[in-house]
Structure formats: C-alpha cells, structure tokens
Design a protein around this ligand. Structure first.
Ligand code: MG
Length: 157
C-alpha cells in the first residue's frame, strides 16, 4: 500500500459560482485560478501523486502551459488516475476536507463523491467528502479564499 496527502488553496474573486469536486455551486464569489480552481480535486490529485512519489500537480500541469488554461480539473484528475494505473495501483480510499465559511458544502457532497468515484472508477463508498469552517479565523474564516486537504491510500493491483 502507498499513502499520500495533498493541500490546496485558491482565492475568492469576482464571479457567481465555484467548482468543487467537479460540482458547480452557486456562490456570491468566484475562484481566482489558472484552471477552474477546484481545490478539492487539486488536493486529491496531489495526494495520489504523493502516494506515487511523482511530484505534484504543478509539475504535471504547469500554470505556464496554455493547455491547462481554464482546464476542467476532472481532466487533470483522470490524467493522474492514468498515472496511478500505469504504475500498478488502484485507489483504496480517499478522504477530502474542504475548509470555508461559505458556500455550504455538505448539500453538494453526494454530487462530488459521484464525480470523483466516476473519475477514479471506484465505488462512492471509497470517497469521503467532509467540510469544516475555520471558525471565522484566518483567510478562510475571513472569506478570502478556500482550502482543501486530501489523503489517498493506494493499493497495488
Ligand atoms: Mg489549485
């Protein structure tokens, strides 16, 4: 078995929605990002890459590469899943925690779990989405940005 962890942050900016776990969620702010700014998927990609000891998302999808401008992060995730399979691993389970005051995450957790399970070609029972506020403390507490942490356990096929 291999284990990896990931962490990602993006700032809020002008806009009317955020994308988290591949789910489009209406919000009074948008996300400032080169891609769609899906912190949940970016953290999960880094967790899987970490378990593979294959660097991080910035190595595989450099912000300077126009191919990834405005990219759907699910495309990035599926690329990382391909690397995982090429290296002889399958997902044991993944656990993602999203940190923000708003938007409310839990109503959208079932959609996120379904999206991630589809991209990982695994059962939704292997994908956990959790949420917490930071009690109005720090950049997430002030509503300046959103953060996500992820951990992934990989099993050799
Ligand atoms: Mg990111």
């Amino acid at each position: 078995m291999r284990i990896g962890q990931g962490f990602d942050v993006h700032a809020f900016g002008p806009g009317d929605h955020v994308v988290l776990g591949g789910a489009r969620i209406a919000h009074t702010r948008g996300i400032v990002a080169h891609s769609d700014g899906d912190v949940a998927i970016h953290a999960l990609c880094d967790a899987i890459l970490g378990a593979l000891a294959m660097g991080d998302i910035g190595v595989h999808f450099p912000p300077t590469d126009a191919r990834w401008r405005g990219a759907d992060s699910r495309v990035l995730l599926r690329h990382v899943v391909g690397l995982m399979r090429q290296n002889g691993f399958t997902l044991g389970n993944a656990d993602v925690t999203i940190v923000c005051e708003l938007p409310k995450i839990l109503p959208h957790a079932p959609a996120m779990r379904a999206n991630l399970a589809a991209d990982l070609d695994c059962g939704v029972d292997r994908i956990s989405i959790k949420a917490t506020t930071s009690e109005k403390l720090g950049f997430t507490g002030r509503g300046e940005g959103i953060a996500a942490l992820a951990i992934a356990l990989l099993q050799r096929t």
